[in-house]
Design a protein around this ligand. Structure first.
Ligand code: ADP
Ligand code: MG
Ligand code: ZN
Length: 484
C-alpha cells in the first residue's frame, strides 16, 4: 500500500537553552534543586511582576539562526499564547507569534536512500522563536497527596525550531533532527539530552496519494524522547493513516502520543488552531530590536560548524568522508582529533587511534571527551614513538593502556617497562636461531614448501622478544635463515 502514498513530515523542535538564568527573571535554571526553590514573583506569575528579557537568550537565538541559514529579524515581538493549565501560572505562555526572531532558513541533509529522494536534500526552516517553558506537574497515586506543581522549570528559555513540511520519510526526519542536534551542540547552547527533554521533537505526519498537490491531514506526535522512538512513531503513524484511508476512513487533525512500550500512537486530544490561543503582543515587553552590529558580533564568535569542519578535515588531513563524519559528529571529539593532527604529521594514524582505541576506551568507561585521561599531547607523544620505530604498533597498545591508567607519558612508560623495540640485528638473529633450533620439524616442513609456517615462526620470535622485536626485521631474517 505504501507505494501509492507520499509521506510528508514537518518537525517542531524545542531546544532548551543552557543559560544560567531564566528568560525573563534572574532565577537559576540549574536542574535538580528542591521543588519551587528557584522561583520569584515573575516566574510564579504574581500580579504586577514584570518580565525582563535575558540578553543571553537572544544571543543564543541569533547563533541558532545564523547556523541554520535564517534571516535575523531586525525587529521581533513577544506574544502571549493563552491557555489554561496548572503548570502555567500566568495563564499564558510568553512566546513569539507574528514576528519571530529568525525566519527563512534551511538545513542540508544526507540520507542513504536511492533514486529521486536519495542522498542530498534541503529542508526549509520556517522560523525559530524564543519562548518560556512551563512548570512540571508531579502526579501521585496517593489520593491524599494529589497532584503538585514544581515551577523551577517555569520560565526557562526555549527555542522552537519549526521546519517546513519538506521531509518525505522517517529517515529524512531523523537525518534533519540529528543535524539540528549536532548544530546546537556545536554552538554550545543546549545540552542536547533527549531523554531529559532538553531537545524535544513534535513530529507532524501526513500522507497523500502520489501526484496530489494538496497536503494530507496531519497528526502531530508529541514529545518523543529518543531518535529511535521518533522513527518508530513516524513509521507507525504512516501505516495507520494509510490503512485508515484505504479502509475508507479519514485522518483527523489531532495530537497523538507515542507509546514506546507498544510502538503505537494513540489520540491525546484534538488539535488546537492558532486562534484558540488568542495570541496578542505582550504589552509588558517592548519590541526586540537587533541591529547589524549585534548580528555581526555574534557571527564573529560562532565556532567552526560541522560542514566547514568536515571540508577542512578532508582537505587538510586527506581523510575519507566516512571517517570525517565519525570524527566531526561531536565537536569535542573533533577538537581532540584536530589537536592531535596539528601536532603529528601522520593525520591518518591520529584518526585511526582516535576512532579506534580512544573511542573504545572512552565508551567502556562512558565518559565525555573532556574526561579522556590521555590528552592529545600524550597521544601524539606515543604516535611519535611509533613513527620513529621506538615501539611497534602492537606494543603501542600496551603503552596506550598504561597512559590511560597512569597518565604518564609514552617515553616514561617505554623507559620504565623496557618496551623499546629491539632493532639490533644481532639480538634478533640470536632469537631467530634459537627458535629455529627449538623447532626442527617445522623448519624441515617449511623448507619443503609449507609456506604458511612462517607465521608460526614469526609468532615464536615475537613471543621470545616479549613483543619487542621489530616485526619487519624478524620476517626478513626468518625467511633468509629458513630458506638458507
Ligand atoms: P502548529 O504550531 O499549530 O502545530 P504549524 O502550522 O506551525 O502548526 O505547523 C507545525 C508543523 O507542522 C510545521 O513543522 C509544518 O511543517 C508541519 N506541517 C504542517 N502541515 C503539515 C502536513 N499536512 N503534513 C505534515 N506536516 C505538516
Ligand atoms: Mg505544533
Ligand atoms: Zn524567577
Amino acid at each position: 500500500m505504501r507505494k501509492h502514498y507520499e509521506v510528508v513530515i514537518g518537525l517542531e523542535v524545542h531546544v532548551q537553552l543552557t543559560t544560567n538564568t531564566k528568560i525573563f527573571c534572574g532565577c537559576s535554571t540549574a536542574f535538580g534543586s528542591s521543588p519551587n526553590s528557584q522561583t520569584c514573583p515573575v516566574c510564579l506569575g504574581l500580579p504586577g511582576a514584570l518580565p525582563v528579557l535575558n540578553r543571553q537568550v537572544v544571543e543564543n537565538a541569533i547563533k541558532a539562526g545564523l547556523a541554520t541559514n535564517c534571516q535575523i529579524a531586525p525587529r521581533s515581538i513577544f506574544a502571549r499564547k493563552n491557555y489554561f493549565y496548572p503548570d502555567l501560572p500566568k495563564g499564558y505562555q510568553i512566546s513569539q507569534f507574528e514576528l519571530p526572531i529568525c525566519e527563512h532558513g534551511h538545513l542540508d541533509i544526507e540520507t542513504e536512500g536511492q533514486g529521486e529522494r536519495g542522498g542530498h536534500q534541503t529542508i526549509g526552516i520556517t522560523r525559530i522563536h524564543m519562548e518560556e517553558d512551563a512548570g512540571k506537574l508531579l502526579h501521585s497515586d496517593d489520593p491524599t497527596t494529589g497532584s503538585r506543581v514544581d515551577l523551577n522549570r517555569a520560565c526557562t528559555p526555549l527555542l522552537e525550531v519549526v521546519s517546513e513540511p519538506d521531509m518525505r520519510s522517517s529517515d529524512e526526519a531523523i537525518a534533519y533532527l540529528k543535524k539540528l542536534h549536532q548544530i546546537v551542540m556545536y554552538l554550545g547552547i543546549c545540552d542536547g539530552n533527549l531523554e531529559e527533554g532538553s531537545f524535544r521533537c513534535d513530529a507532524n505526519v501526513s500522507v497523500r496519494p502520489w501526484g496530489q498537490e494538496e497536503l494530507g491531514t496531519r497528526a502531530e506526535l508529541k514529545n518523543i524522547n529518543s531518535f529511535r522512538f521518533i522513527k518508530e512513531g513516524i513509521e507507525y503513524e504512516i501505516d495507520r493513516q494509510i490503512e485508515l484511508i484505504e479502509d475508507g476512513g479519514e485522518v483527523v487533525q489531532e495530537t497523538r502520543l507515542y507509546d514506546s512500550n507498544t510502538g503505537m500512537t494513540r489520540s491525546m486530544r484534538g488539535k488546537e488552531e492558532a486562534h484558540d490561543y488568542r495570541y496578542f503582543p505582550d504589552p509588558d515587553l517592548v519590541p526586540l530590536i537587533i541591529d547589524n552590529d549585534w548580528i555581526e558580533t555574534v557571527r564573529g564568535i560562532l565556532p567552526e560548524l560541522p560542514e566547514p569542519k568536515k571540508a577542512r578535515f578532508m582537505a587538510d588531513y586527506s581523510l575519507s568522508a566516512h571517517n570525517t563524519d565519525i570524527l566531526t559528529a561531536e565537536k569535542a571529539l573533533a577538537d581532540y582529533f584536530d589537536a592531535c593532527a596539528r601536532q603529528h604529521k601522520d593525520a591518518k594514524a591520529c584518526a585511526n587511534w582516535v576512532m579506534g582505541d580512544v573511542q573504545r576506551r572512552r565508551n567502556d568507561e562512558g565518559i565525555s571527551v573532556a574526561e579522556i585521561p590521555v590528552t592529545p599531547e600524550l597521544l601524539v607523544g606515543m604516535l611519535e614513538r611509533i613513527a620513529d620505530k621506538t615501539i611497534s604498533g602492537k606494543i603501542a597498545k600496551t603503552v596506550f593502556e598504561e597512559m590511560w591508567t597512569s597518565g604518564k607519558s609514552a617515553d616514561a612508560i617505554i623507559d620504565e617497562k623496557g618496551l623499546k623495540q629491539v632493532t639490533d640485528t644481532g639480538a634478533i638473529e640470536k632469537m631467530v636461531d634459537d627458535v629455529i633450533a627449538a623447532n626442527p620439524g617445522q623448519a624441515q616442513e617449511f623448507s619443503e614448501g609449507k609456506d604458511k609456517l612462517l607465521g608460526f615462526f614469526v609468532g615464536q620470535v615475537m613471543k621470545a622478544s616479549k613483543g619487542k622485536a621489530n616485526p619487519g626485521m624478524v620476517n626478513e631474517l626468518l625467511c633468509k635463515k629458513l630458506r638458507g
